[in-house]
Design a protein around this ligand. Structure first.
Ligand SMILES: Nc1ncnc2c1ncn2[C@@H]1O[C@H](COP(=O)(O)OP(=O)(O)OP(=O)(O)O)[C@@H](O)[C@H]1O
Ligand SMILES: [Mg+2]
Length: 443
């Protein structure tokens, strides 16, 4: 069984921990009497769960708010006097920071169940974070669906050779991330990765940006300057939106790919540069070639190793994991009260077609994290209400979610033993089976 530790912040005159020690023998409880003392304890030891016995005399709401904000990675349970809960500041503390609360005097048995749930919830969050961190070590691309597994295999393969790569994918699907991954896995990883968006630089500047210029090459060129190709020496040059490269520069780029040398603007000196080129486009370049907008010879030079990044709608299994990943990435911007996505939000995410791909997902999740005023993100917060059934109470979502978490956690701790899990949860075996079937879970 996982070792459970509780940090209990309780006024000096109350014997909360003695009360809990009897009902929670399997917990290791550390009691402190002030927020300052709790802060010191948390600097030295790790806790997943904290119990805050509120004391209006000693704890100013603004201090408690600041403290809980600093320690929002833990699950907090509160005990409040009934009267204190009438004040807005106390209610705000509960809504913003606590996963549950009891009114004083708390019933130790019920409190121990709440703390058990909080622990289960915290364990689940920690495990998920570990999985995300682990996934990151191997690849910056999140996902396990077949399409991403194939993409990773392609990245591995092309990273080992030096030939040019042409990445195709819809807007926001992850072309630049793929290019970075190829660079990071190649033997050039310690060299620079230099991205340039061919569509974003004015046609009059792009030549000197790419190839550099010598002093006096044009009015105002008082000093010579290396171009982006030169600055990528020993590394990778990422030519994004290559389809936007003007025709005359296509010829210069082709020459560079063939001869591995460049000439700065205003000079005839050939400079040797060792650069691997990765190009990307969101349009099918072959069509631009057919229309005469893109040089065919350059197309074949670049497309030695073609890589396709699949659109997000073809990676359905990964969408929720990606949404949760970005929820964590932008956690600092959110309110500590926000715990994740409601079941209806998850359904809406799965239902949407994601024309803007991962970038759209990031934008919607970030927006929702700012806009949401509940504990869970709703389809409305994501701007995804079309086709979703009428809202049920958010409370139902929360309840169902914590029930599932508690069930999963108890089953896991009991080695999938239903009787033991039921005992830990304080419910009968019949209730346990009813709950399992309600949530479609199986021991
Ligand atoms: N599989 C993935 N895992 C994690 N993050 C991803 C994944 N795919 C894309 N992203 C993230 O999504 C965002 C968009 O990706 P990226 O910039 O690579 O796409 P793009 O195809 O170059 O988009 P655009 O067409 O808008 O230039 C980035 O923040 C990137 O880190
Ligand atoms: Mg891009």
């Amino acid at each position: 069984m996982a070792h459970k530790r509780l940090l209990c912040i309780t006024p000096g005159h109350m014997d909360t921990d003695a009360l809990l020690r009897d009902t929670m023998p399997e917990w290791e409880i550390c009691s402190v009497t002030s927020l300052a003392e709790a802060g010191r304890e948390l600097r030295n030891n790790q806790y997943l769960v904290g119990l805050l016995v509120h004391d209006r005399e000693q704890q100013r709401p603004s201090d408690v708010d600041a403290f809980l904000r600093r320690h929002s990675n833990m699950q907090w349970v509160g005990v409040f006097n009934h009267r204190d809960l009438e004040s807005t500041s106390c209610r705000d503390l509960v809504v913003e920071h606590l996963c549950d609360y009891h009114t004083a005097p708390a019933d130790p048995v019920r409190l121990s169940h709440t703390l058990g749930h909080a622990h289960g919830w915290a364990m689940l969050k920690r495990r998920r974070q570990q999985l995300i961190d682990h996934g990151h070590k191997d690849s910056p691309l999140i996902g396990h669906c077949d399409a991403i597994v194939r993409l990773r295999a392609q990245i591995d393969r092309v990273a080992k050779v030096a030939a040019p790569v042409l990445i195709w994918g819809e807007s926001g699907s992850g072309k630049e991330l793929t290019a970075q991954a190829i660079h990071a896995e190649s033997e050039r990883a310690s060299g620079p990765f230099v991205p340039i968006n061919c569509g974003a630089i004015s046609p009059t500047l792009i030549h000197s940006e790419l190839f550099g210029y010598e002093r006096g090459a044009f009015t105002g060129a008082t000093r010579g300057k290396a171009g982006l190709i030169e600055s990528a020496d020993g590394g990778t040059l990422f030519l994004d939106e290559i389809g936007d490269l003007p025709k005359d520069l296509q010829a210069n780029l082709l020459r560079f790919l063939q001869e591995k040398t460049i000439c700065r603007v205003g000079s005839t000196r050939q400079i040797r540069v060792d650069v691997r080129v990765i190009a990307a486009s969101h349009v099918q370049l072959q069509q631009a070639v057919n229309k005469g907008d893109f040089r065919e010879d350059l197309y074949y030079r670049l497309a030695v190793l073609p890589v396709t990044v699949p659109p997000l709608r073809e990676r359905r299994e990964d969408i929720v994991a990606l949404a949760e990943h970005f929820f964590h990435v932008y956690a600092a911007e959110k309110s500590p009260r926000l715990k994740g996505f409601s079941d209806r939000a998850v359904a809406a995410i799965l239902d949407h077609d994601w024309p803007g791909n991962v970038r759209e997902l990031i934008n919607r999740v970030r927006r929702a994290m700012v806009m949401s005023d509940g504990r869970l993100i709703t389809p409305d917060d994501l701007g995804l209400t079309r086709g979703i059934p009428a809202p049920t109470a958010a409370l139902d979502d929360t309840r169902a979610r914590s029930e599932r978490t508690a069930l999963r956690d108890c089953l896991e701790r009991s080695g999938q033993n239903v009787s033991r899990a039921a005992r830990d949860l304080g419910v009968s075996r019949t209730t346990m089976y009813r709950l399992l079937s309600k949530h479609g879970m199986r021991p």
